[in-house]
Design a protein around this ligand. Structure first.
Ligand code: BGC
Length: 894
């Protein structure tokens, strides 16, 4: 038996590491109460195939720890290591076999960079968005075999790497989007077996991307021209090393990508193609525009901003065929792919030289069935391909992406009729391990969960965005904060969030103010708010600085994320403290979004009716609470005490300001969201909780049984009701099909989650286009409750990462006869599956090896089969503690 699923920094796949990673693994076996008793790790240079002289060896360590075990060794630069693990369990006296070794590359330290940034743009072309070819020929020695070779590449812009005429890897839109001024990612491409003795050629296609192109309200947010940085390190068997790096030997020329912009799409003029441009033997001729690349002066200090992409690079993922090509009543020819997503259309078409193909991508048909593009704002989302010669081509763009379900065919080459066979759509997003699955007996609910999944895919393209289609696509913190728990169920978003949270800290202001969006292009390009300082410090948005690291910690269990983010978390709470009055109300002069797009917003406003002061105080208290816990975990006892007291004081203030003597919320706080926040964040004394929850339930009934909540109230609404005996009410909200509700959207044909409850109204008309995205994951945040309540899968903050789980499935017989929920945790698969008929429940649950759980069956009246577990009556229903294994339980709930 071997250990399984060896992870480095939580990942099953990786590119390169700046420092030695932490190791994790799963214990094999399905037995009950299986526990690891000891482990052993060895790390060696890759050439030391037998681990004869490891650079790191733990020997046998008596411990149950099997995740985030740090390799305590120094990482040599540009070095290929391999690693293996074995373990002992309480089931057998001998160790498991050694795992198959896994290899990993290390990156370059800032002093190891010999390459310089080079640019094809001299003089700069700030207004243009063409992409360039860059190439360099070099010689590989023939007198000694190559032991290893790795290429590191990045850009100020976006790039695709090539070697000897072939594209390297399948990462899209590299190096992704970061706070470039402080943090730039480079990518590692192992080149074993791909270099030939003699001439070889490295190439790159370099485009404008987020760096130079238009993003937010302006362009050139980070710089006026693009640049490339690369370094190839070849290690020969005789121990010598060759380095080929970016320098002025590189040649550059205009490429056929004559325009490519994130929002606007791409123009590819095949007539500008240079065949064989990145192959040996090619002559880069001056008369064809080839010239030497120019060095870019970058402070040496900037090399400290370079970090390798460890994991989760952006990739092309699902491919969907076109379902139909049809004509709208307005006479538009439209392709329907059946699924809203972010990515691009791939077109296969034949044409004559100079003829072209033109598509415009969009999300929705209007009430008349015509193309609805007005909600795209300024984003053109247009793809053009110009033919160089007669013949069939396949075209997909390089440095852009579109948010779309449909594409309008604005022009198709003469002489051929477009059909479904000409088109397919490709989803493009960060590669993450799919972890969470939920399937129930309700097709509508299942489709809703699919929609949440698709909105996550559409908006996890290197950073968490609000939407992927209109001229926005920014890393809005509020959206990310409320959706993060759901994201961490659906996918392994550990590496994704680690990266983005680093940018959050980079973009945080000196005074602790946290920007509305990360990377922060609003401050750079000045979104045009009346108050130019209004690009940061919005309550519920900025709190992502504290809440997201905590969510990631709960889901995956690595304390390092808290240690690393701690200064940023603390700075944000201190910012609020510095701005707040005695009562903790911080009416700063920065822009606030409140309970964004709630249905109780006054006419003409997007800000819901819940008082801003209340929301600010509630989030201040919540962040102080999480910060206090974090400080305690990190052994910062003074801070822990300080923030605990702050939290207590803020709770007390909340009580004084918003709780009446009758124990209800004050008149101005009579909104659903006020109640949700007061309860979810634990802001009222114990005895006030139930009356407030009952009042919330009553308010929902009074509102004709529906929610009125916006971004901040909606995610926690069902959880708060459930925790206070109103599970039935939560289910009624979830399964409601009339407007406004989650399933209303599904019934209206949604394939992703909408920004507005009434994106399409009951009468079929659409919401006003100013802010009307059909692919906003925010309201999909209720999916975390579906996993946690209907599936019953919950992390435990005292043993995070599901080392210990709270399993608390709730049965909603009124709507479902069955539900299966599973989560691939770092320890293995955690799952529940229940069926119910006439109040009799059959529940199968699986707890991964080396973990434990407590099982709470809050609705249980009688346990008929406990499958060996010792269930005890609890305040509600029954509870039992369990070790690993699969258990088949039956009980009654009536
Ligand atoms: C975005 C939201 C975001 C909001 C801030 C909008 O434009 O699409 O999702 O959180 O601005 O209020």
């Amino acid at each position: 038996m071997k250990i399984r699923n060896l992870r480095l920094n939580g990942q099953l796949e990786w590119m390169a590491f700046a420092e030695m990673p932490a190791v994790g693994w799963e214990i094999p076996g399905r037995g009950r109460n299986l526990q690891q008793t000891a482990y052993e790790i060895q790390v060696a240079l890759a050439e030391d195939t037998e681990f004869a002289s490891p650079v790191y060896a733990t020997g046998r360590v008596e411990a149950a720890a099997a995740q985030f075990v740090q390799i305590e060794a120094e990482a040599l630069p540009a070095t290929l290591y391999h690693l293996r693990v074995r373990a002992w369990t309480n089931e057998a006296s001998s160790a498991t076999d050694w795992s198959d070794p896994v290899c990993f590359w290390t990156g370059l330290g800032d002093a190891d960079w010999q390459g310089q940034f080079i640019t094809p743009e001299r003089p700069p072309r700030p207004r243009e968005s063409c992409a360039f070819y860059l190439r360099r020929s070099f010689t590989v020695r023939g007198d000694s075999p190559i032991k290893s070779a790795v290429l590191y590449m990045t850009a100020l812009g976006v790039y695709r790497p090539f070697l000897n005429g072939k594209r390297l890897g399948d990462t899209e839109l590299a190096p992704g989007w970061t706070a470039y001024q402080a943090h730039l990612r480079y990518q590692a491409y192992p080149l074993e077996g791909r270099l030939e003795p003699g001439e070889n050629v490295l190439g790159a296609l370099l485009g404008a991307g987020w760096f130079k192109g238009t993003i937010g309200q302006g362009r050139c947010n980070y710089g006026r021209s693009t640049a490339l940085l690369a370094q190839l390190v070849i290690t020969y068997a005789d121990g010598s090393r060759d380095t080929i790096a970016t320098d002025t030997e590189w040649q550059c020329a205009l490429s056929p990508v004559s325009f490519s912009e994130i929002y606007d799409g791409e123009i590819y003029d095949a007539r500008l193609e240079e065949e064989h441009w990145s192959e040996p033997g090619f002559q880069p001729l001056a008369e064809r525009g080839w010239r030497a690349a120019a060095p870019v002066r970058v402070p040496r200090d900037y090399f400290k901003a370079l970090r390798p992409t460890e994991a989760s690079p952006v990739k092309q993922q699902e491919s969907l065929p076109a379902l139909r090509v049809f004509e709208t009543p307005a006479g538009e020819r439209v392709v329907d792919f059946g699924q809203n997503l972010a990515g691009w259309v791939e077109t296969r078409a034949a044409g004559e030289e100079g003829d072209y193909l033109e598509l415009k991508c969009f999300e929705m048909l209007d009430e008349h069935g015509n193309a609805y593009t007005i909600n795209l704002g300024a984003a053109q989302q247009t793809l053009i391909y110009v033919f160089a010669r007669q013949g069939q081509v396949t075209f997909a763009p390089h440095f852009t992406f579109q948010g779309f379900r449909y594409a309008q065919i604005l022009h198709f080459p003469e002489g051929s009729e477009p059909g479904t066979g000409n088109f397919s759509s490709h989803a493009v997003y960060s590669a993450m391990e799919r972890t969470g699955h939920f399937l129930s007996s309700s097709p509508l609910l299942n489709r809703f969960m699919e929609n949440v999944l698709w909105s996550m895919r559409s908006n996890f393209l290197d950073i968490p965005t609000d939407c992927p289609q209109r001229s926005e696509r920014l890393g809005w913190l509020g959206d990310a904060q409320i959706f993060a728990p759901t994201a961490c169920y659906l996918y392994n978003a550990d590496a994704f969030f680690r990266k983005w949270l680093l940018d959050l800290a980079c973009d945080q202001r000196e005074d602790g103010g946290v920007p509305h969006v990360v990377p922060d292009v609003l401050t750079y390009s000045n979104w045009g708010y009346a108050n130019p300082s209004s690009t940061y410090a919005a309550t519920g948005w900025a709190d992502a600085a504290v809440l997201c690291p905590w969510t990631v910690y709960l889901a995956y269990g690595d304390r390092e994320i808290l240690a690393r983010q701690y200064p940023s978390m603390r700075a944000w709470v201190e910012y609020m403290r510095s701005k707040a009055d005695e009562q903790g109300i911080w009416n700063s002069d920065t822009m606030q979004f409140g309970d964004w797009v709630a249905l109780d917003a006054p006419p003409g406003s997007r800000v819901g009716a819940t008082p801003l002061g209340l929301i600010g105080l509630a989030y201040f208290a919540r962040s102080a609470d999480i910060l206090a816990k974090t400080a305690a975990l990190l052994g910062k006892d003074e801070d822990a005490e300080d923030y605990l007291q702050l939290h207590e004081k803020l709770r007390e203030n909340f009580r004084q300001l918003y709780l009446t003597e009758e124990g209800l919320l004050a008149e101005e706080a009579q909104t659903q969201t006020s109640h949700v926040l007061a309860l979810a964040f634990g802001l009222v004394p114990e005895q006030a909780r139930q009356p407030l929850a009952d009042r919330l339930a009553e308010m929902i009934r009074a509102a004709d049984g529906h929610l009125l909540t916006g971004f901040l109230g909606t995610p926690r609404l069902c959880a708060v009701l459930t925790e206070h005996g109103h599970f039935d009410q939560a289910c009624r909200l979830l399964f409601r099909e009339e407007f406004p509700s989650w399933l209303f959207e599904v019934r209206q044909g949604a394939t992703t989650i909408w920004e507005r409850w009434d994106g399409i109204k009951a009468d079929g008309t659409l919401h006003e286009p100013g802010m009307n995205s059909y692919n906003h994951y925010a309201y999909g945040a209720v999916a975390a409750w579906i996993f946690s309540a209907l599936g019953g899968l919950n992390p435990d903050e005292h043993e995070p990462g599901y080392k210990h789980s709270h399993i608390r499935p709730l049965i909603c017989e009124q709507y479902l006869t069955q539900a299966s929920t599973s989560l691939q945790t770092y320890y293995g698969r955690l799952s529940t599956a229940w069926t119910v008929r006439d109040g009799a429940v059959e529940l199968t649950l699986t707890i991964p090896p080396n973990t434990t759980a407590d099982i709470e069956l809050a609705q249980a009246r009688e346990i008929r089969d406990a499958d060996g577990l010792d269930f005890r009556p609890a305040a509600q229903g029954y509870r039992a503690a369990a070790g690993s294994g699969t258990y088949k339980l039956s009980y009654t709930i009536k």
